[in-house]
Unconditional design. Structure first.
Length: 498
């Protein structure tokens, strides 16, 4: 144990190791995250490996392989199984991250109970709660009868010994990896070295025995799985469980998955009796919609293989600030700036003197560029006061030239819209046609979209106001085009409220 006295400094956020303390981590840029730790890595390596022995050649196998892979562990919670790529893979390790209180433990207790009731051996190890507390939650969820093995333990070696005893374990849940510690290293529990070493032990256990191990990970304020980014590289799949306190639904998203797609989402609703699946999220996101109000557009989006319809709300108000406000919830602010710039430069819709607020209803988060058209429609509708047709959906990507580009999976989006009772869709030219029950209005450019909406604009209110204040009449009668005159019309409309 010559290395015992040696210390090193490790960043608690990303795991980078330094020989001296410093205030800022060069690797991840975090401040005050570097803490002194025993030089554990050297100690954790078994003596045989340190002795510099010669390696042993292993037999190579062909890709075809003779053995049949073990069947996936399907727990019957459809949303969870789908995100996992069709069930958990035996011998794999999965990390589930999420804010405290979002429902990670609830979800995993439910999944454990479901698998246990299918006759599999499931062990749930809680490092945060006492066995009684886990039991209490299971009772509340009506799952107390399920034959899940419970333990409250934080020592990784003890956990592995427990799992190894008795019949083979199919699924082990470790809640949470941040509370685990290993005898083989000397740093305090919760430090990066401990978390990494414990995770390594559990990963090795999973690979050796073919058990599926699920690790729960906490998330820092900026949304990263706390401490061990290193753990993300060691596991086979990383899921994040998201949602915000104000809304009852939760979304399980795959960020990395060696055995399935990464763009799938699972939608759950937190109820008094635990998490329940939401098989049709569009219905949830569109419930209580104020369809007749200006500034709202329904976006036909895709999340993985599944279409999801969400409402996009925009509010445009004259600004009293030198630099107008741009506030976005649920979408990329840079993307909003781009759409505003394209509307300004290519369609003459001037929003430079207006505060712009954009919200994706229900707390949903959209990552697709296909939302550009719906956002533009909501913005123009908000500016002109013209409500969009209540039975229309929008999708399409805007390019910087002002053209609207086709997006993938048009027919799937249209089918979902038709299923939910929408009768029209505004979509890129050549994107998708021929879905029963839905009329597609193709738009080739944002200017064409602006013209379409402007044609619906109420003329009374803005006109009267404009005349009262001696201004020019509001909207242009001609369809807006990418010419300066069409722009003039919108500029004057923009100034009416002043
Ligand atoms: P929990 O699973 O403990 O969260 P995590 O493990 O991610 O920290 O979930 C706790 C929250 O879920 C808590 O705020 C209460 C809520 N909840 C319900 O609304 N209904 C329920 O049936 C349960 C068990 C929890
Ligand atoms: Mg928990």
């Amino acid at each position: 144990m010559a290395k015992r006295d040696q210390t090193s400094f490790a960043c608690q956020a990303c795991g980078a190791v330094y020989t001296r303390w410093q205030g800022k981590c060069d690797a991840c840029g975090a401040w005050n995250t570097i803490a002194e730790e025993a030089a554990a890595v050297a100690q954790a390596v078994p003596a045989a490996q340190r002795a510099g022995r010669k390696g042993r050649a292993v037999a190579l196998e062909s890709l075809e392989g003779a053995g049949k892979p073990a069947p996936r562990l399907v727990c019957g919670i459809g949303e969870l199984d789908r995100v996992a790529g069709g069930g958990f893979v035996p011998g794999s390790v999965l990390l589930i991250g999420g804010d405290p209180g979002i429902g990670k433990s609830t979800l995993l207790v439910q999944a454990s109970a479901a698998l246990a009731r299918r006759g599999l051996k499931v062990v749930y190890v809680s490092g945060e709660e006492a066995v009684d507390q886990v039991r209490l939650r299971a009772q509340r969820l009506g799952l107390a009868q399920s034959p899940v093995g419970l333990a409250a333990e934080t020592n990784a070696e003890n956990i592995i010994a427990t799992l190894a005893a008795g019949p083979p374990v199919h699924l082990a849940v470790i809640d949470s990896i941040q509370t685990m510690w290993s005898d083989s290293v000397e740093s305090a529990p919760g430090t990066v070295t401990q978390v990494r070493t414990s995770a390594q032990l559990l990963v090795r256990y999973a690979k050796q025995t073919g058990a599926c191990v699920i690790l729960v990970g906490h998330v820092t304020k900026d949304g990263q799985i706390a401490g061990p980014r290193v753990v993300e590289h060691m596991v086979d799949a990383v899921f994040s469980f998201e949602g915000d306190g104000g809304h009852q639904f939760r979304i399980l998203r795959a960020q990395k998955n060696r055995f399935g797609p990464t763009d799938e989402i699972g939608v759950f609703e937190m109820t008094g009796a635990g998490l329940s699946e939401v098989p049709n999220p569009s219905e949830l996101f569109l419930s209580n919609r104020d369809a007749g109000a200006p500034g709202t557009a329904v976006f036909a989006g895709m999340e993985g293989t599944r279409p999801v319809l969400v409402e996009i709300q925009a509010l445009v108000a004259p600004s009293s600030l030198g630099t107008p406000r741009r506030a976005v919830v649920g979408w990329d602010p840079a993307r909003l700036s781009m759409v505003l710039a394209v509307l300004d430069a290519r369609c003459g819709v001037r929003l430079g003197g207006h505060d712009v607020y954009l919200n994706v209803a229900g707390g949903f988060r959209i990552a697709e560029p296909a939302a550009d058209l719906a956002v533009a429609a909501a913005l123009v509708s908000a500016l002109t006061g013209a409500p969009l047709p209540a039975d229309a959906v929008y999708f399409g990507e805007a390019s910087l030239t002002g053209a609207v580009r086709p997006v993938a999976q048009g027919p799937a989006r249209l089918k979902e819209a038709a299923k939910l009772g929408f009768a029209q869709a505004v979509a890129p030219t050549g994107g998708a046609e021929g879905v029963d029950g839905i009329a597609v209005t193709p738009v080739g450019s944002l200017a064409a979209l602006v013209a379409q909406i402007a044609a619906r604009a109420p003329r009374r209110a803005p006109m009267r106001e404009a005349q009262d204040s001696g201004g020019r009449p509001g909207l242009p009668q001609r369809p807006a085009r990418a010419d300066p005159e069409a722009g003039q019309g919108y500029e004057s409309e923009g100034q009416i409220g002043r």
